[in-house]
Design a protein around this ligand. Sequence first.
Ligand SMILES: Cc1cc2nc3c(=O)[nH]c(=O)nc-3n(C[C@H](O)[C@H](O)[C@H](O)COP(=O)(O)O)c2cc1C
Length: 139
Amino acid sequence: MLIRIVYLSSAVGPQTGTMTQAILEKSQAWNQANGITGVLCQGQGVFLQALEGERKTVTELYTRICADQRHNNVEILHCESILERRYKNWSMALVNLSDIDPSTKIDWPEFDPYSVTGMLVMARIDELLAEGTVINGLD
Ligand SMILES: Cc1cc2nc3c(=O)[nH]c(=O)nc-3n(C[C@H](O)[C@H](O)[C@H](O)COP(=O)(O)O)c2cc1C
């Protein structure tokens, strides 16, 4: 059974390019080998990640991610059983929230991800993907 979860967390320390690259490389390799797809949005002190895959695999991965010292305040925004993957083209796409186009940059600070529903967050992620702000994918 496939599921998708979306969670939000606060970065511990600065979100440097080196840290993001390390997370992304590890994620893409492991996720591709284990049937996980998704998107990682990072910037402005938060991580926002969607993970899709077999329920057991997603649960185990999420537990591991929660224990990661590079972030805290992890909150699940959304969890659902799915028939189809939404992010099937990406073992882990990266959307940089600090590096989006000027019009979006104005919008994002007003969009407090801790205070909105998971559905709205996913719609926002889709907007960012459609705007072509993905800076890394694997497939
Ligand atoms: C925000 C964030 C997202 C992450 N996403 C993934 C991911 O999608 N897949 C993955 O394998 N590891 C991901 N990681 C890394 C894991 O937390 C963990 O460091 C990695 O799986 C290695 O675990 P281990 O040291 O227990 O082997 C992420 C880490 C952070 C901070």
